[in-house]
Write a protein that binds this ligand. Structure first.
Ligand code: HEM
Length: 534
């Protein structure tokens, strides 16, 4: 080559061999890294061994232990994400906050459907309710309607009088009961799980259906709802293995579900009719055809009838929708509130120093002259910490269920569409990596110190008893208002003791709601003179 410029160009543009080699090595490194990460992404979640043909892992869950405990033990073996086969259905079981975050943030839209089983189909109006409507425009409209009109802070303020007056009446009755003791120092034995059930039912009934004095219809509704609750825990073959549906008919489960659904519907129908007639008579009485005013809309049924009148209720069958929403409010509010309050009191009775400290906080902040009010709750951090700690250890629904509608990736695992998702709160909320000081122990103090900023509004994935993401519980504020106040009033107003020195039995039932398996019997003695309770 004679051209010197060209020679120089070639010399400077030719890279030395070591640089070329390094370049190739780096390229190969990135190529293999990307390939291996793609391979991880397409990995399946570990599958629990021992699936039987047809029934899958149903045998593992048919032991006399709650499912969330069995699944927690499997998580110790298989890690925080594993899959099982529930009859015909694949289930992904998740129990770490990092994976839950992945489910409820980046993948939330894929996991926004819920399962509908036979009991729900018949007793809860199929997919008409918010909880069970498929993710889509109808659900969106319904949820907006509920959060704006029934469960907004404004509405809860308007309904405060009804809520408090029901609580006052129940507490007054409890006080009267507690004075029926034979001996001044003895205390009266009260089944507090039943009492929590009654107060929750009464508050919901007042707010949803406006009923203050219960007649035979309300009693009937209560009894049938209790039957409905039991039926929801019965294993229905057609839900897991559709081809065995004939066994349900043979066992009489089908007809029992349909009978219960019919009874519930007839009470609800009569409540809605009563409300319709009331509106007609009010309108006629004062000579106007317009809607009832806000002040007269004293319960959820009234409010929904008003929305119908404005033609703003989603769907094409507003009458059925009202019944479905009423039914759903009972299902969501009654059981969850009762269960949470029951466990909170059990934990307090087994941890007397916490109970004492809570009473001291109440005496210091509220005094001894009057009962606790809503406005006191913000000044009672220890009571709030007790509720959080109880819901951490005993979430009323220990497993949150969802279903994916599309293929997605969770923590590097490929999850095919149609997989059910079970979030095991029981395991997740006791994770020693998150709660280092004895995660199994009841220590409300952890919410005053290290975990003080954690709330239960779905953004702190280590504590999500109300769920998270777009299908999170819309009743959080309402239930916390009720639970804080009821618990604070009980602790403030009464000395609470167990009938024997033994600890309270903490065993739970086997269904999807973690009820206390045995009654919670407590010796009550009023702490103050009668005028305090009136
Ligand atoms: C201690 C009380 C309560 C607890 C622990 C609780 C818990 C939950 C949980 C875990 C979910 C599922 C969330 C998810 O999938 O991420 C849920 C959904 C729901 N809850 Fe609650 N709940 C309570 C009280 C209430 C109350 C008082 C109401 C209404 C008055 C209510 C209405 C609902 C509704 C409508 C849904 C379905 C939301 C949807 O699918 O869009 N809940 N609740």
């Amino acid at each position: 080559m004679h051209n010197p410029t060209l020679k120089k160009w070639i010399r400077t543009s030719t890279l030395p061999a070591p640089i070329i080699v390094s370049f190739i090595v780096i390229l190969l490194f990135y190529f293999f890294k990307k390939r291996s990460s793609n391979m991880i992404k397409t990995k399946k979640a570990p599958e629990v061994v021992g699936a039987w043909p047809v029934i899958g892992h149903l045998n593992l869950l048919s032991v006399p232990k709650p499912a969330y405990i069995v699944l927690g033990e499997l998580a110790d073996q298989y890690g925080p994400a594993f899959s099982i086969q529930f009859g015909m259905h694949p289930i992904l079981v998740v129990s770490s906050w990092e994976l839950v975050k992945a489910c409820f943030t980046t993948n939330d839209k894929f996991f926004s459907s819920r399962l509908v089983n036979k009991a729900i189909k018949y007793m809860f109006y199929d997919q008409k309710t918010i909880s069970f409507a498929p993710h889509g425009p109808y659900w969106r409209e319904l949820r907006k309607m509920i959060t704006l009109n029934l469960l907004s802070n404004e509405r809860l303020k308007m309904l405060k009088h009804q809520r408090i007056s029901e609580m006052d009446a129940c507490l007054k009755k409890l006080y009267e009961l507690s004075t029926k003791r034979k001996d001044e120092n003895a205390g009266v034995l009260v089944d507090m799980s039943k009492w929590f059930g009654d107060i929750s039912f009464n508050v919901v009934t007042r707010i949803v259906a406006g009923k203050h004095i219960f007649g035979p219809k309300t009693e009937r509704y209560k009894n049938v709802m209790e039957e409905a609750r039991c039926l929801m825990d019965v294993m229905v073959f057609s839900d897991v293995m559709p081809y065995l549906g004939w066994l349900d008919r043979l066992r009489g489960v089908d007809s029992e579900i349909k009978r219960t659904a019919k009874e519930l519907d007839s009470v609800l129908e009569s409540w809605v009719d009563e409300h319709r007639q009331k509106r007609v008579s009010i309108a006629a009485g004062i000579g106007r055809i317009v809607n009832i005013t806000e002040e007269e809309e004293i319960d959820f049924i009234d409010i929904m009838l008003s929305i119908i009148a404005k033609n703003k209720l989603p769907g094409d069958d507003p009458g059925t929708l009202i019944k479905a929403i009423v039914q759903e409010m009972y299902l969501a509010a009654w059981d969850n509130t009762t269960v949470t309050l029951t466990w909170a009191l059990c934990l307090l009775l087994n941890n007397k120093q916490v109970l004492k400290r809570a009473q001291c906080e109440l005496d210091a902040q509220v005094g001894k002259e009057r009962q606790v009010e809503d406005s006191d709750i913000n000044t009672l951090p220890y009571i709030q910490a007790i509720v959080k700690e109880s819901m951490r250890l005993y979430p009323p629904g220990p497993i949150i269920e969802r279903e994916t509608t599309e293929d997605c990736d969770v923590g590097g695992f490929r999850i095919p569409a149609g997989t059910r998702l079970w979030i095991n709160l029981w395991k997740l909320q006791r994770d020693p990596n998150v709660w280092p000081n004895d995660p199994q122990e009841f220590q409300p103090e952890r919410f005053l110190n290290g975990h003080a900023d954690i709330d239960m509004k779905g953004q702190h994935f280590e504590l999500i008893p109300f769920g998270s993401g777009r299908r999170m519980c819309p009743g959080v504020s309402f239930s916390l208002q009720v639970m804080h106040l009821v618990l604070a009033r009980i602790i403030h107003g009464f000395e609470l003791k167990t009938p024997t020195d033994a600890d309270i039995d903490m065993s739970t039932t086997l269904g999807m709601i973690s009820w206390k398996a045995t009654p919670l019997e407590v010796l009550l003695t009023p702490r103050f003179p009668s005028v305090f309770y009136m």
